[in-house]
Design a protein around this ligand. Structure first.
Ligand code: PSU
Ligand code: MN
Length: 304
């Protein structure tokens, strides 16, 4: 049986109740960001976590082994060619010995929960797709956030999704959704969506108290913390709306469905914004890692 492999650094940090933040690997693969921005994003997210005295735990499947925490010399594996692995693909990636399975939010949460990590950072989560009535496309990310007792820190759901339906779905499946110093749901590369976020929080201790309350009530649910990208790093709503139109039309005319949709649309948004979505995506990922590390530290302090 292939066991989950937790790195020495992450295993020690968990045993000593030091703050650990899990990171997904799809965003750092060619499926999420173009090279060399993907390498830059990985380094900046790791540095943000270390800046709070935390330990980063990159999740991935490497040579058929499910991993929580990888070594520096293995970074090139997740930055190179990879197959996208959502939670339901994990047993296949392991059983078939995939060279590199880049874990999405759903797969990363599954691995992080198995290792006992309590906080996870990503860019924008998957959600309910526009046109869901036809396609039925709802990201497995949402169910995984509800199913695992982990704080997911994100910049909201990716902007090409149906954000109102995504919020409704999160309500249905019982996920607390918190706005980090905001009353509005962030929209990935844009700070605002026009949709109210159910609850606002203003610091990491507040999030830690929410998490402890959930556990005390025997609620095994995850908590979603949504962090707006800064005005300076984000894209204007008009810019992104224009880019979205052409990216979504390209996905429809290419006849794409399933797991292929998100990487395709992300790439086309980068093209349509003349590359400006990439530094915005990078900045928000780094900021989410920073907030996640602050939350992990507050949680570690409250259980010490
Ligand atoms: N957010 C980003 N870049 C990404 C993704 C999210 O900024 O590449 C990835 C995540 O791994 C997320 C996945 O879990 O897209 C969602 O894919 P789908 O819509 O197929 O569930
Ligand atoms: Mn999907």
């Amino acid at each position: 049986m292939t066991q989950l492999l937790v790195s020495d650094e992450v295993g020690t940090a968990l045993a000593e109740r030091r703050p650990v933040v899990a990171l997904e690997s799809t965003i750092f693969s060619h499926l999420g960001l173009p090279s060399p921005s993907n390498a830059d994003a990985l380094e900046r997210c790791i540095a943000a976590i270390r800046g709070h005295g935390g330990d980063p735990a990159v999740t991935a499947v490497i040579d058929g082994v499910p991993r929580v925490g990888i070594e520096q010399h293995e970074h090139e594996r997740v930055l190179g060619p990879a197959r996208k692995a959502a939670a339901r693909d994990l047993p296949v990636a392991v059983g078939q010995g995939w060279p590199v399975g880049a874990t999405t939010v759903s797969a990363s949460l599954t691995l992080a929960a198995a290792a006992g990590v309590e906080v996870f950072a990503t860019g924008g989560i998957g959600g309910v797709h526009r046109g869901v009535e036809q396609s039925g496309d709802i990201s497995a990310d949402l169910g995984a956030i509800a199913a695992h007792p982990i704080v997911t820190v994100c910049a909201g759901a990716k902007v090409f999704l149906d954000l109102a339906r995504t919020l409704e779905h999160l309500e249905t499946i019982g996920v607390p959704v918190l706005g980090w110093r905001t009353d509005e749901l962030p929209a990935f590369t844009t700070p605002t969506s026009g949709l109210p976020v159910p609850h606002r929080v203003d610091d990491a201790d507040e999030v830690a108290r929410v998490v402890r309350a959930a556990r005390a009530l025997h609620m095994p649910t995850g908590v979603l913390v949504t962090v707006p990208v800064s005005e300076a790093d984000g894209l204007a709503k008009a810019d992104i709306d224009a880019a979205l139109g052409s990216a979504l039309a390209a996905a429809t005319s290419a006849g794409l469905t399933g797991a292929a949709v998100t990487p395709f649309v992300l790439e086309h948004i980068a093209i349509a914004t003349e590359g400006r979505s990439v530094p915005a995506n990078l900045a928000l990922a780094e900021q989410n890692a920073d907030v996640a590390a602050a939350i992990a530290r507050a949680l570690a302090a409250s259980t010490a």
